[in-house]
Write a protein that binds this ligand. Structure first.
Ligand SMILES: [Zn+2]
Length: 284
């Protein structure tokens, strides 16, 4: 028979250490007894978990918006219990982004932009993508415009699922710019995680508002985002890395140049991947 202990045990059942408090100070095991198996206790724990997550999530979101750079600084300083973990926050926003805010999203790699653009979008692999689209349309015996629509529709989900790929790349960028201020790569990675979480929130909330109020799209929308993002970025780097404003402004420009390159690479990568994986067309 496997029944729970009636009274809380004196020694940790996992490692044998004497309990001091609710958890084992040596291995972290919880001190459980029969009353932990009452149904009421279970319901209580479940409710606590949800409200706990709720208040943590709300607190994190508020800090993310109102104090740029603050969440990373708190995490690095070891004050972690009040907030969601960086990756939790990222995944929460990524999920919301995926589920509710698909349409006004500037990350969707629109093949129609790449295909019809004369110069701007052909910096990386635009010509190759154009050839592939033509070949795909020929194989399927459909009009090129139909092929473009099909590929754009298929790539929309993939774009949002793979957004995390940006985080290590941006972390590397932050490391390259601020390794003198902070030599630990993981700190930059966490900064990048919060940075991107903020961007997702901006895309969802800010994007919806801007589109509703001003009815703008495409490059104008992207510019509006940058105007909102640049000062937040500047304050966040100032808060977390410190330094003179002039240096930070310069590094901000370098960062956004790097980010634009990554954005174009990501867009083309998603389009190649869509052709290869979702449409089974030998693209790469
Ligand atoms: Zn133990």
């Amino acid at each position: 028979m496997h029944l729970p202990e009636l009274n809380p045990p004196e020694n940790c059942p996992s490692c044998g250490a004497t309990f001091k408090g609710k958890y084992c100070h040596k291995c972290g095991e919880k001190r459980v007894s029969a009353k932990d198996f009452h149904l009421r206790k279970y319901a209580q724990t479940l409710a606590e978990h949800f409200t706990h997550f709720d208040s943590k999530a709300l607190r994190s979101l508020r800090a993310l918006v109102s104090k740029p750079g603050f969440l990373t600084a708190e995490f690095v300083a070891g004050r972690r219990n009040l907030y969601l973990k960086p990756l939790q926050l990222f995944l929460l926003l990524n999920l919301a982004f995926f589920l509710f805010f698909g349409d006004n999203d500037v990350f969707s790699p629109k093949l129609k932009w790449v295909y019809h653009s004369e110069s701007e979008s052909k910096i990386w692999s635009g010509e190759r993508l154009k050839d592939l689209t033509d070949a795909y349309a020929a194989r399927e015996q459909i009009a090129v415009e139909t092929a473009i629509k099909t590929i754009d529709a298929k790539s929309a989900g993939l774009t949002k699922v793979l957004l995390y790929l940006f985080v290590p790349l941006l972390g590397t960028l932050f490391f390259a710019l601020f390794f003198r201020q902070n030599p630990y790569f993981l700190c930059h990675l966490i900064f990048a995680t919060h940075w991107f979480a903020f961007l997702l929130l901006l895309l969802m909330v800010g994007g919806t508002l801007i589109v509703l109020l001003f009815q703008i799209k495409g490059m104008v929308l992207l510019t509006a985002f940058l105007v909102l993002l640049l000062p937040v970025h500047l304050f966040a780097t100032r808060y977390f890395y410190g330094g003179h404003w002039a240096w930070l402004a310069l590094k901000t420009l370098v960062f956004f140049a790097g980010f634009s390159v990554l954005y174009l690479l990501y867009r083309d990568f998603i389009l190649f991947l869509t052709l290869r994986l979702l449409l089974d067309f030998p693209g790469l």
